[in-house]
Write a protein that binds this ligand. Structure first.
Ligand SMILES: C[S@@+](CC[C@H](N)C(=O)[O-])C[C@H]1O[C@@H](n2cnc3c(N)ncnc32)[C@H](O)[C@@H]1O
Length: 470
């Protein structure tokens, strides 16, 4: 076991969960944030436990061939990107390995081939949504503290630093969102400071400005600004709107979400449309989707299409099929596949998303889809199946936590011939797959990268009902 504070040299072996890297010293695991496989590093042990330690990098003695210069000046402090300092090919391999590890470790599924990740063609400016926070407590970087220069700590607009929910890093650039988004971020900060509008104080629950949510479309020119404030102030939002209209004609709609609660969320009790339609439209394939301020929509539009394409091809869709699209959100998968099948039935928890799904279906002239609002755990029972009919194909795309065991049990009893499991969390997916293993055989595992420079990955698994369930 290593001691806290000790300094040593090591070579990074592989990537680990949540964007960390690790190396093993006589079986003892050392986690190193910021390391890249192949890096020779000098590190200091920050935390030492019985089975593992955590180290901080003091110096890169010999860089891995996969180490590159990060593009963003905030890299290392901001929690948004973990891998900007790693070549994209190494990122993709790290993601493939993370899926394989999850299947092995969490699912006990050892003999599966995980295909090479389908990478993104656009590595920067790919996000169609960014949620920034205002805070009366600014996070000071090590350089700012070291410089000795006075810094105003009472205002920040940016992202929360990892592990600190009160303090916000004052972000000047973000290469994941659009250039227009970056310009807006900096102009809105300046405006708020000029007008002396108070940022939200997370501990005291005071202040006016809470969040700035930017949503742009990848395949249309629509752009939404959603200013989340503690209460409605007609004069302030009027001044805000006037500046946007004058200086940012690219912004097609401004909404003002009111959140007077203490929870640190961009959702609120009321949404005022200040100008424009209050929604934006984007396209996936040849389908147009209307997106409300709080609607779930995959954050990388181009790669969402690749994700849906894989899901559809894994489902081997036939014109006679009835498909269940479970956890259907705004109905994007249902609508994407509708013309290839006889009928799609979606289930989604959030009523607003279901309404959005129905509107989207109707706006695209799709008639063979229907959506049910409800919690899967409560809705997905025998009477639901009796009412809607047995599906030929099941497509599920649950949230990060995965599926409730009751839902898994129902899928086992239902035993559809074809089954596609889409997930944004290979760990919860692997746990679910281990429960399903006796009933379904896994035929293919295809990760798709929607989030370059982060450790996040979408994974699509193709399952088939076993001929004789054991
Ligand atoms: C990862 S999103 C998938 C959305 C959609 N398939 C897409 O690609 O846009 C997961 C969806 O599951 C919904 N959800 C979460 N928990 C649920 C539950 N218990 N029952 C039904 N839907 C749920 C969320 O509201 C969200 O829309």
């Amino acid at each position: 076991m290593l001691k806290r504070g000790s300094v040593l040299e090591l070579t990074v072996e592989k990537v680990a969960d949540r964007g960390m890297s690790l190396t093993r010293i006589d079986g003892y695991v050392v986690f190193i944030p910021g390391g890249i496989p192949g890096d020779k590093l000098s590190v200091r042990i920050r935390r030492a436990k019985k089975k593992f330690a955590e180290a901080v990098v003091l110096e890169v003695i010999e860089a891995s061939p996969d180490r590159i210069e990060p593009r963003c000046s905030h890299f290392g402090t901001c929690g948004g990107c973990k891998w900007q300092h790693m070549t994209y090919s190494a990122q993709l391999e790290a993601k493939r390995q993370s899926v394989e590890d999850a299947l092995h470790r969490q699912g006990g599924l050892t003999d599966l081939k995980v295909e090479n990740v389908i990478g993104a063609a656009t590595l920067f400016r790919y996000r169609n949504k960014m949620e920034f926070s205002f805070s009366a407590e600014r996070w000071l970087t090590t350089e700012e503290i070291g410089s000795g220069r006075p810094v105003d700590k009472s205002f920040a607009l940016g992202l929360h630093v990892p592990g600190n929910f009160a303090k916000v890093l004052d972000l000047r650039e973000c290469h994941l969102h659009s250039e227009e988004g970056e310009r807006l971020l900096n102009r809105i900060r300046l405006l708020a400071r000029e007008k002396a509008w108070e940022p939200w104080h997370i501990r005291n629950h005071t202040g006016y400005l809470r969040h700035l949510v930017l949503r742009n479309a990848a395949n249309t020119d629509d752009f939404m600004v959603n200013l989340v404030t503690n209460g409605f102030d007609e004069e302030k939002i009027g001044e805000f709107a006037a500046i946007l209209k004058e200086e940012f004609p690219s912004v097609t709609t401004l909404v003002n979400t009111i959140n007077t609660g203490v929870a640190q969320t961009a959702f609120g009790e009321k949404i005022h449309t200040i100008y424009g339609p209050g929604t934006i439209k984007d396209k996936i394939g040849r389908f147009t989707f209307e997106i409300a301020p709080n609607a779930f929509f995959q954050t990388n539009t181009h790669q969402a299409e690749n994700l849906y394409r894989v899901a559809a091809s894994f489902a081997d869709l036939k014109k006679t099929d009835h498909v269940y699209d479970l956890y259907s959100g705004a109905g994007t998968i249902s609508i994407y596949i509708a013309e290839q099948v006889r009928q799609v039935t979606g289930v989604e928890l959030i009523e607003a998303a279901t309404q959005n799904a129905r509107q989207n279906a109707s706006a695209n002239g799709i008639k063979n889809v229907s959506f049910v609002t409800g919690d899967m755990m409560k809705v997905f029972r025998d009477d639901f199946i009796e009412q809607h009919g047995r599906p030929d194909v099941l497509i599920v795309d649950p949230p990060r936590a995965g599926m409730h065991p009751k839902v898994v049990d129902q899928i086992i009893r239902l035993r559809p011939e074809r089954f596609v499991y889409v997930s944004c969390n290979p760990i919860s997916q692997a746990k679910d797959l281990s429960l399903l293993a006796d009933t379904f055989e896994i035929e293919a595992v295809q990760p798709v990268d929607l989030f370059p420079h982060t450790y996040h990955i979408e994974n699509v698994v193709k399952l088939r009902a076993r001929k004789h369930s054991t």
